[in-house]
Design a protein around this ligand. Structure first.
Ligand SMILES: Cc1ncc(COP(=O)(O)O)c(C=O)c1O
Length: 456
C-alpha cells in the first residue's frame, strides 16, 4: 500500500489545530506526541507502522488498564488523556454557571464542525454533530418519507439496531425491507451485482455498511451510490467503523447520508457521533426531533435535541487534534500492520481461517474476523479471557431483526495503543488453543446472550 506521508504543510496545519489547545499540552503529554509526529513526518506510513518508538509515545497518551488486553476496540475505546482532560475542563467551565456558559460553549461548536468537515472531506454545512451512529442513522432511516409498499434494500449483515429500525418502519408504515445475504469475504463487484439485481420500481433506499462490524467487509460505496442516484434511490451508509479508521473523503463517496460513532475509531469521548448529509439531500430528511420549517435546508436541524452535555461535544476538537497528530495514513497502516502480524503468524496452522479480505491492496485494517476450525468461538472467547485476559468478540449469527449469517468468528480489533507484546500474547493464546483445545461449555449452560447477540 502506498499511502501518502504526512507532508510538512499538513503537519503544520494539524499543528495549528493542536496550537489552539497548547496550554493543555504540557500536562497531558501532547507535546511528546507532537514531537513524535514531527520525528516521522518524512517517512512513509508503512515505515511508521513498525516504529515502536513512535507508537510508544502514542501509547503513553492513554491511561489504560494494562492488566487486560483489549482487542475489542471496534465496540468502543478509551479516549486519550488529553481528551479526557478537555471533558473535565469544559465540564468545569460550564458548571460554573450553566445558564451562561453552556451557550458560550455551544456557540463555539461551529469551530469543531468546521475542523471535522475539513478533515473528513465535506462542507461544514453538510455535517451534523450527534451522539453516535445509532442516532445519526436513525435520523436518516426514520426521517425519510416512505409510502406503504416502498422498498428498502439492505443486508443481513448490517448492524442489528439499524435492521431493527427498518423492521419497525415495516411494522409501522407497511414498507418492504429486502435483506440481501452475501458470502465473506466477497468482492465489490459481487456486492454491486446483488444490489443491482434486487432493485424494483418501488425501491427507494439502499442501506449498507461502509465496512461491516462483523468481518469488516468493504462495500463499493461510490459505485452503489451512483447506481442508486441514477434510479432515484437514496443511499444511507453506516460508517460506524470506517471514519477515523482508514482515510477517505466523505464527498467522494457520493452517498446521501453517512452515520458515524466517533467514540470508536476517532477515540472521542462516548456520546459523540456525526451525520453527513449531502447538501441537496438535507431537505429530504426530517429531523428526529422537530425543527422549525425555516431550518429545512439547514444541517443543524438534525442536532436539535434540547439540553445535553456540551462538554462531551466540545472535547471532540481534542480527539480530532490527537488523530491529526498521529496522521490518518499512519494510523491505517499501523492497524494493518498489527492485524497482519497475527494473521501471518497463525496462517501456518491449517485450522486457522480468516473471513476478512486480507489481500493487497488493503481492504482490512484494524477489524478482522477469524476462527479455529472445530472450536466454538464462544468457548474460544471465554478461554482467551479466562486464561490470558484477552477481550475479543465472538460473532454468532442471530435471527431477524438481528443480523443473520451462517459463520462463526472471533472479531479482533486492536487500536493505536495496542502493543506488539499484546498481539504476540494473542498469537501465543491462539496457538495454545489450536494445539491443546479449549474447555467446552454445553450449549445449555450458555446464557441466552451468547446466542446471536454479541458485544460490538
Ligand atoms: C456497524 C455499526 N453501526 C452502528 C453502530 C451503533 O453505534 P453506537 O452504539 O455508537 O450508536 C455500531 C456499534 O457498534 C456498529 O458497529
Amino acid at each position: 500500500m502506498k499511502l501518502k506521508t504526512l507532508s510538512r504543510r499538513e503537519f503544520l496545519r494539524s499543528g495549528t489545530a493542536l496550537g489552539v489547545t497548547a496550554y493543555a499540552t504540557k500536562a497531558s503529554g501532547f507535546d511528546r506526541i507532537t514531537a513524535a509526529s514531527r520525528s516521522v513526518m518524512d517517512r512513509s506510513p508503512e515505515e511508521v507502522a513498525n516504529d515502536e518508538f513512535f507508537w510508544r509515545e502514542i501509547q503513553l497518551g492513554f491511561k489504560l488498564d494494562r492488566t487486560l488486553i483489549n482487542l475489542n476496540n471496534g465496540f468502543t475505546c478509551p479516549t486519550p488523556r488529553v481528551v479526557l482532560e478537555a471533558v473535565w475542563r469544559y465540564m468545569d467551565i460550564i458548571n460554573m454557571l450553566p445558564v451562561h456558559y453552556q451557550r458560550r460553549v455551544q456557540e463555539n461548536i461551529q469551530t469543531i464542525r468546521r475542523r471535522m468537515a475539513a478533515q473528513f472531506g465535506c462542507e461544514p454545512e453538510e455535517l451534523a454533530l450527534t451522539r453516535g451512529a445509532s442516532e445519526s442513522l436513525q435520523i436518516a432511516q426514520n426521517g425519510i418519507d416512505l409510502e406503504p409498499g416502498d422498498e428498502v434494500i439492505t443486508t443481513e449483515q448490517d448492524y442489528p439496531r439499524m435492521l431493527t429500525t427498518w423492521d419497525q418502519r415495516r411494522r409501522r408504515d407497511g414498507i418492504k425491507v429486502t435483506r440481501l445475504q452475501f458470502p465473506v469475504p466477497t468482492t465489490g463487484d459481487d456486492l454491486y451485482q446483488r444490489f443491482e439485481n434486487a432493485i424494483t420500481p418501488r425501491t427507494k433506499v439502499f442501506h449498507f455498511c461502509h465496512i461491516t462490524n462483523l468481518t469488516a467487509q468493504l462495500f463499493p460505496v461510490q459505485r452503489l451510490a451512483r447506481l442508486a442516484r441514477s434510479k432515484g434511490i437514496l443511499t444511507i451508509v453506516d460508517g460506524a467503523h470506517a471514519l477515523g479508521h482508514f482515510p477517505f473523503k466523505l464527498r467522494d463517496l457520493e452517498c446521501d447520508a453517512y452515520g458515524v460513532s466517533l467514540h470508536k475509531w476517532l477515540l472521542a469521548p462516548i456520546g459523540n457521533g456525526c451525520l453527513y448529509v449531502r447538501k441537496e439531500s438535507i431537505p429530504k430528511f426530517w429531523p428526529l426531533q422537530a425543527a422549525p420549517a425555516l431550518q429545512n435546508n439547514d444541517v443543524r436541524k438534525f442536532e436539535a435535541i434540547g439540553t445535553h452535555p456540551w462538554a462531551i461535544r466540545a472535547a471532540l476538537g481534542e480527539a480530532l487534534a490527537f488523530h491529526q497528530a498521529i496522521g490518518a495514513e499512519n494510523k491505517a497502516a499501523r492497524m494493518r500492520y498489527l492485524t497482519m502480524r497475527y494473521v501471518n503468524a497463525l496462517k501456518k496452522y491449517p485450522e486457522f481461517k480468516v473471513l476478512s479480505n486480507i489481500s493487497e491492496p488493503p481492504q482490512t485494517w484494524g477489524v478482522c474476523a477469524s476462527y479455529i476450525e472445530g472450536i466454538d468461538v464462544r468457548d474460544l472467547a471465554r478461554f482467551l479471557m479466562d486464561k490470558y485476559r484477552i477481550i475479543v468478540v465472538p460473532l454468532v449469527g442471530g435471527v431477524p431483526p438481528n443480523s443473520v449469517f451462517d459463520y462463526q468468528a472471533l472479531r479482533v480489533s486492536p487500536n493505536v495503543y495496542t502493543t506488539l507484546e499484546e498481539i504476540d500474547t494473542f498469537i501465543m493464546a491462539m496457538e495454545d488453543a489450536i494445539k491443546n483445545g479449549v474447555p467446552t461449555s454445553s450449549p445449555f449452560s450458555r446464557s441466552s446472550a451468547d446466542d446471536g447477540a454479541y458485544l460490538v
